[in-house]
Ligand binder design. Sequence first.
Ligand code: NAG
Ligand code: NAG
Length: 208
Amino acid sequence: MNLPILFTFSLLVSISCADTVFDFCVGDLSLPSGPSGYACKDPAKVTVDDFVHSGLGVAGNTTNMFKFGASVAFSPQFPGLNGMGISMVRADLGVGGAVPIHTHRVAELLILVEGTVIAGFINTNNTAYYKTLHKGDIMIFPPQLLHFQVNVGSTPVVTYASFASDNPGVQSVDAVFTNDLPSKVVEKVTLLDHAQVKKLKKVFGGSN
Ligand SMILES: *[C@@H]1O[C@H](CO)[C@@H](O)[C@H](O)[C@H]1NC(C)=O
Ligand SMILES: *[C@@H]1O[C@H](CO)[C@@H](O)[C@H](O)[C@H]1NC(C)=O
């Protein structure tokens, strides 16, 4: 290896290792989280169980108006993910069910494990990208864009998705109706009439 190449190689190695100063940082949920996640649990108290989460083997409860249940493994549920930049969710959809349109802070990679869905997203130019997915298909939802799934088959659907963050957050459009924002304001910003706003606030647990 000649010197300039060796030098460049060493530089790349030192740059890529520069921020790798820990093997893991299991989240300490007793302290608040900040922009870089949770503080680290004392490594001496970490065990293998901090790196294993068992919740996704169980179907989410689909007895609700969307016939949709989610089992979430983000850092608050699975503190071993803290600082890892990755997380996962399982979604179950009953026949006729749907994942209501929503967003996350980061990209999501979906895999369809059982059933048939129409999945899609809408970009900032209002173009809708959607397609019928079959078992084994995967689809990427870009960061922050509205996306959804609809069970269009005659059997229940199971999907899993991974996220490019250990705590990607989720915000559903029904958040508009899930709080105490006065109905008059909601009517103005949605063009829905008073009765529709009142109805949706009742359905999604809002008030005012
Ligand atoms: C599923 O959710 C419904 C509605 O909240 C509830 O009545 C039912 O007990 C739940 N089922 C299970 C198995 O938790
Ligand atoms: C944005 O949408 C408009 C109208 O729907 C379309 O004509 C245009 O090609 C789109 N631009 C991009 C970059 O997708």
